[in-house]
Design a protein around this ligand. Structure first.
Ligand SMILES: NC(=O)c1ccc[n+]([C@@H]2O[C@H](COP(=O)([O-])OP(=O)(O)OC[C@H]3O[C@@H](n4cnc5c(N)ncnc54)[C@H](O)[C@@H]3O)[C@@H](O)[C@H]2O)c1
Length: 287
């Protein structure tokens, strides 16, 4: 089945990026969030991102305008998924919230509709268990910022069919991405590795080993990482990092995944990184 209509749930960092890339390759997109102001934020982020691509002459203005015109923002969940060939979920990293959402739309969407979660590492099999379509349920894990990052991690749940995986491979390719296939395990291949690095950097900061700037400099200048782990944590969102580490710790029971108290306190204080203007660094005044 050819995929031409996509419902993206969540208009935050990832949902906006996924909607943008889908629209750029000609797919019709409905972008759903719980409140109009989140949709407006997402649409603004998309316009800014497309504007940067125009400035760099990667696309022309007509292509940018056409992409924006293909995205319809909606707050009603039923309206968002009606007519979609695939639903790509990018709501917060909370298993109960994701299960509740998938369970609701499972009753509305016809059988052929594919469900994909952009979760960073929660169980695809558990999410699928809230629906009656485990064979048509898959992880489609994009990376941040979505328009720039090449990888899509396709996550095969316990019941995911080969036909679903092939359809997701084709969709990822159409969106200009390179897929890898992983089995459904906590944190998959990517978050399990990078989460540990970011988490350890927060432990090092909390222990007073060095300043945030020097910890990041160590990894950029000493290890050739393009970004430091604390800068990366700010980009990802500290609430998302905390949820990922809590999930890894809970699932594997291994103390190497234990989130530092500093991370928890920063989330409690609303210092979530770039998206709230302050995390390990101050972004106020920067867009
Ligand atoms: N931030 C990253 O770098 C990154 C990378 C890969 C995957 N992810 C995953 O993508 C998902 C989304 O992360 P994000 O960084 O975009 O988060 P975010 O906080 O930027 O955005 C989440 C959005 O979902 C909205 N939302 C909440 N409940 C909703 C609902 N029931 N229906 C629709 N929208 C709802 C929120 O209002 C918010 O706008 C998470 O599962 C996260 O783990 C994040």
């Amino acid at each position: 089945m050819a995929i031409s209509k996509v419902a993206v749930l969540g208009a935050g960092i990832m949902g906006a990026g996924i909607a943008q890339v889908a629209a750029q390759v000609g797919l019709e997109v409905k972008l759903r969030d719980v409140d109009q102001r989140f949709i407006d934020n997402g649409m603004n982020a998309i316009k800014q991102s497309l504007g940067r691509l125009v400035k760099k002459e990667r696309i022309d203005q007509a292509a940018a305008d056409a992409a924006v015109a293909r995205i319809k923002g909606v707050t009603d969940l039923t309206e968002a998924v009606t007519g979609a060939d695939i639903v790509i979920e990018a709501i917060p990293e909370n298993l109960a919230l994701k299960q509740e959402t998938f369970s609701f739309i499972d009753k509305i969407c016809p059988d052929h509709v594919l469900f994909a979660s952009n979760t960073s590492g929660l169980s695809i099999t558990l999410m699928a268990s809230a629906t009656g379509r485990g064979d048509r349920f898959v992880g489609m894990h994009f990376f941040n910022p979505v328009p720039m990052m090449q990888l899509v991690e396709i996550v095969r749940g316990f019941l995911t069919s080969e036909s679903t995986i092939e359809q997701i491979r084709s969709l990822a390719a159409k969106m200009g991405k390179t897929p890898i296939l992983v089995n459904d395990t906590p944190g998959f291949a990517t978050t399990r590795l990078i989460g540990v690095l970011e988490n350890e950097a927060v432990h090092a900061l909390a222990e007073g080993i060095a300043s945030a700037e020097d910890i990041d400099r160590a990894m950029k200048l000493g290890m050739n990482h393009p970004m430091g782990p604390l800068e990366l944590a700010d980009l990802v969102g500290l609430d998302t990092l905390l949820s990922c580490m809590e999930n890894l710790y809970r699932e594997y029971g291994d103390p190497k995944y234990r989130p530092p108290f500093l991370l928890r306190q920063m989330v409690r204080a609303g210092r979530l990184g770039r998206k709230t203007g302050r995390g390990f660094y101050d972004y106020s005044g920067k867009q």
